[in-house]
Design a binder for this molecule. Sequence first.
Ligand code: RIB
Ligand code: CA
Length: 304
Amino acid sequence: MWTSLLDVLLDMDPGHDDALALLTALPLMRVLAVTAVAGNQTLDKTWLNARRILWAAGSHIPVIPGHAKPLLRDLVTAAYVHGESGLDGYAFPTLPPPGETPHATEYLARVFAEWPRPIAWVATGPLTNVAAFLMDHPHLAHQIASLTLMGGSLSAGNITAQAEFNIFVDPEAADYVMSSGLPIRMVGLDVTHKALLRRDDLDRFLTLRRPLGEMLFRLFSFYGRHEPDAGEKGIPIHDVLAVAALLHPELFTWKTTAIRVGRGEDRDRGQTIPVMEGHPVDVAVDIKVSAFFDWMWNALGAYR
Ligand code: RIB
Ligand code: CA
């Protein structure tokens, strides 16, 4: 039976888990473009890393650079997790220069204005590009079918005790997006800390075709290096769950609530706080872990 693939745009800050999320999305959806945002590393690096992953996948989808810093704050990166390149662990070949490329906001305006139907949006980095687009082109918001974002937490944080990294980096952007009225699914640490990739599973990457399988094995061997109990508990692959949530929301348990984002300093910054007033979003609070990994490995089977 002919199944029409879902039209989707991806906004990412690759990043090891962004890379895996991109690779699971490519065979399952019509990815119209990837936009890069500063987050795990500086924009020049996240932009290059997105192009590197598409090279490994043999894909020629447009990769467009967006914002190099948060709306109001200085950039905070995660080199301690993803390394100096933002995708340490594998020696990528030198890619040809990307040539003249527009800014993501301008590119997205053209795509949303010209595409014949609404487009699903997945964001796996700080929400700077998403917020800036909504601020600059509010008349195109109706063309966004849904926004599925990796970010936030109703429980503990991972960059402070309370805040998740993507939201912490640009809390103003996150607060603007959460209250935008878009149909939003928030996939946060409440579920991404339950679906951990075990070190024993890394060998499964080697069953995929070259160079992609070896690339993933080396990338995630590096990425898991600082997770002290990666062997037993495993390593988080946060962003992959956002792709799964878009395609298979039935793998998750959802709580509908409005969310306020802490825009202060210290403990308040980047907290995602459920509130009674405001536009509701769907927050993932549980996940069918085994069914999720069955889905992920099946998606990656496209690269055999
Ligand atoms: O907190 C995890 C998130 O921050 C993931 O998206 C990871 O790639 C980093 O961007
Ligand atoms: Ca990310």
